[in-house]
Design a protein around this ligand. Sequence first.
Ligand SMILES: [Zn+2]
Ligand SMILES: [Zn+2]
Length: 138
Amino acid sequence: MTAIEISCLCGAVKVRINGEPLVQFYCHCDDCQAVHGGAYIGVAIYPSQAVAVTQGELVSWTLKSLPRQRCAICGTPMIARVLGLGGCGVLAHRLPKGMFKPEFHIQCQHALLPIKDDLPHFAAFPARFGGVDDTVEW
Ligand SMILES: [Zn+2]
Ligand SMILES: [Zn+2]
């Protein structure tokens, strides 16, 4: 089993992650857009018990329904409790290079622009995560 450690930008917070993610994807939802200030984000979802804060203090903030946790000092987003998926989300760009392997896009109904790639583009969530598998025409 592989373990990685991710750190915030100031180094105060360290988070240890054991094993493989449950799923990885791009999220285009308006919640992620507002919080992260980008068109979409890459996310890796790990089982909650695989993720442990080993150093530093996180503060939690919720825009709509998703509690997102940031370094209390530098504000770097570290983890999000993705309640619907039963896991803990980590932003793709916090992972070591080469570890992010997205399977699909979600919440494309909110997308600012089409992203043309070979992955499925779900309008909301895929059926395996409680959605209906509807895709958008990109
Ligand atoms: Zn920090
Ligand atoms: Zn999102």
